[in-house]
Design a protein around this ligand. Structure first.
Ligand code: DHK
Length: 144
């Protein structure tokens, strides 16, 4: 069975508690549960991981090289700063979809640039936590 790695970066462990007017009321556990069920229904496995540490996210992307067909990633603020995460994704051969819960283009200018977008097959922003599920559905098409 093909596997999706669902990776979330800094502060996304606080989903549902942090700035709900921007990030909504669903928790990360809710998102991971729903995406796991959706992936299973599409005949895919899903491994979920969140870290507040750049290196830990990079290590997980390296692990995905041997274990995953695709990565769905919300790198949080590392989106806008991390060439190292971009380099790790460039060393991964499968499909990559970048997700942002909020519409980053409607927010501060420093959120408008993404290093990860240089690698991602698709970018989803502003759909709330639904964006993660849209990404899983798209991955199912890409890896079919
Ligand atoms: C999440 C964050 O934590 C921010 O740093 C990004 C992103 C936007 C989101 O919308 O999911 O700028």
């Amino acid at each position: 069975m093909k596997t999706i790695y669902l990776l979330n970066g800094p502060n996304l462990n606080l989903l549902g508690k942090r700035q709900p007017e921007i990030y909504g009321h669903e928790t990360l556990a809710d998102v991971e549960r729903d995406c796991t069920a959706l992936a299973q229904g599409l005949g895919l496995g899903l491994v979920a991981f969140q870290s507040n540490h750049e290196g830990a996210i990079i290590d997980k992307i390296h692990e995905a090289r041997d274990r995953a067909a695709a990565i769905v990633i919300n790198p949080g603020a590392f989106t806008h700063t991390s060439i190292a995460i971009l380099d790790a994704l460039n060393a991964f051969d499968g499909a990559v979809i970048e997700v942002h819960i909020s519409n980053v283009h409607k927010r501060e200018e420093f959120r408008h640039h993404s290093y990860v977008s240089l690698r991602a097959e698709g970018v989803i922003a502003g759909l709330g936590t639904e964006g993660y599920k849209a990404a899983v559905r798209r991955i199912a098409q890409l890896v079919a």
